[in-house]
Design a binder for this molecule. Sequence first.
Ligand code: DER
Length: 223
Amino acid sequence: DGSAEAKRRAGHAAADAVEDGTVVGLGTGSTAAYAIEAIGRAVENGLDVHGVATSAESAQLARESGIPLTTLAAVDGVDLAIDGADQVADGDLIKGGGAAHTREKLIDAAADRFLVVVDDSKLADRLDWPVPVAVLQGAESVVAERLRGLGGEPTLREAERKDGPVVTDDGHLVLDCDFGEIGDPGTLATALSTIPGVVEHGLFVDLADEIYVGSADGVDVLQ
Ligand code: DER
């Protein structure tokens, strides 16, 4: 239902899966934020974890929450990643609402276990949300043409508190590409990944291990 209560339930339930002495990938967005805050409270109570942030936003929240931060390059692996999603269908995700999906996918995919945290408004029968595509600056018109060739309708994501387009933490632009209902996410994901100028896209196919769905009634965990 998109409510804070539903998001909070999902985030707190996933945070309980974080084990002592582990490395945890810290996702981006308002639902993952609940998990980060809950992990911070567990650290205050003695939990020994190191966080790998997926964005400047999640790094800042982790610092405020007291979670020691490390980097992907400094650790032998990520034990568990917790991250949100814009839409979930049949275990596949569309992510990138926060324009953080390049590092999110790197860390979420590197983790031994990837837990998704959503409220039940994110669930769908088929993926049909516009797919965020991070592109090299200057490549946007060439990539947009290729996306149209794949049947998409790309829109350059404009910033709100800055003139011009959104620029990601890694200095890329974002094209939100509407493909309508996506019948075969795996095939589309491969096609997007092979477009020169595309840095990363928001189709997370076959990556999620468990999906924590918060609702007014509680939390369901989908495998
Ligand atoms: O940008 C992202 O991928 C975020 O995880 C986003 O998709 C989910 O954000 P929310 O939890 O604030 O809805």
